[in-house]
Design a protein around this ligand. Structure first.
Ligand code: IMP
Length: 224
């Protein structure tokens, strides 16, 4: 499996204005709360179809070894579900072999004392020893600075998995990036706060179909 060539990632440019929200179905409770639709639900699905194909054939061509997919909740749940549905579709349509898939779900909690050790507390997986010897695929919604993922990988690698790959739907272009590059990226996006398709702002907007840029009104309305 070659490492990801960032030049070949689907980039949404900084000056992209997206689409007007009134041309798409946005729930009434979010009216005015997003400034544009950056990635439509349909485009998300089309891109995930290709990511699923890339992932499937990487593992298929590498001996069809079982894959242990880990969903990082909550933001990754839609991406995880749609991605695995599509990988499973490819599995069902191949007569000469398939890639067995098992799943786990985790949440991450960073504590002050883990900041210094560079680790993250993983909630939901009682026994991380179960990762030993497995081909792990971490499925995450968005990489911003990359600090969370660096810490997660640091922790997971301690349990001796056979391999670890990361699939993220979005990678933000930010000057604060740690330089971390995932193995599979859906879209590279501008340095803006996006919501929808399970990405939240204070737990709101997960129920929005499209990925949108939050507006000032949205930030103020759902401030805690
Ligand atoms: P990082 O450690 O800076 O890469 O941050 C990663 C986490 O921050 C993600 O898993 C999200 O939970 C959250 N995050 C960063 N940017 C956004 C955004 O634009 N929308 C929603 N959540 C975000």
């Amino acid at each position: 499996m070659a490492s990801l060539d960032l030049d070949r990632v689907l980039k949404i440019s900084d000056d992209c204005e997206g689409f007007p929200t009134d041309l798409f179905c946005v729930p009434k409770h979010y009216e005015g709360c997003v400034s544009n639709v950056l990635i439509t639900h349909g485009t998300i699905q089309d891109r995930i179809e290709k990511l699923a194909r890339d992932i499937f054939y990487d593992f298929y061509n590498q001996g069809k070894e079982p894959l242990h997919a880990i969903c990082v909740l909550k933001g990754g749940y839609k991406f995880f579900s749609d991605l695995l549905d599509k990988v499973n579709g490819l599995n069902s349509n191949h007569n000469d072999g398939s890639v067995p898939i098992s799943v786990d779900f985790i949440r991450l909690k960073s504590y002050e004392n883990t900041e210094s050790s560079g680790e993250v507390n993983i909630i939901g997986l009682d026994n991380l020893d179960c990762l030993q010897g497995k081909n792990v695929l971490i499925v995450e919604d968005i990489i911003d600075t990359g600090k969370t993922m660096n810490k997660l990988l640091n922790t997971i690698n301690k349990y001796n998995p056979k391999s670890v790959k990361v699939a993220c739907l979005l990678r933000k272009r930010t000057p604060l990036s740690s330089g971390y590059i995932p193995d599979y990226v859906g879209f590279e996006i501008p340095d803006k706060f996006v919501v929808g398709y399970a990405l939240d702002y204070n737990e709101y907007f997960r129920d929005l179909l499209h990925i949108c840029v939050i507006s000032k009104q949205g930030i103020d309305k759902f401030k805690v």
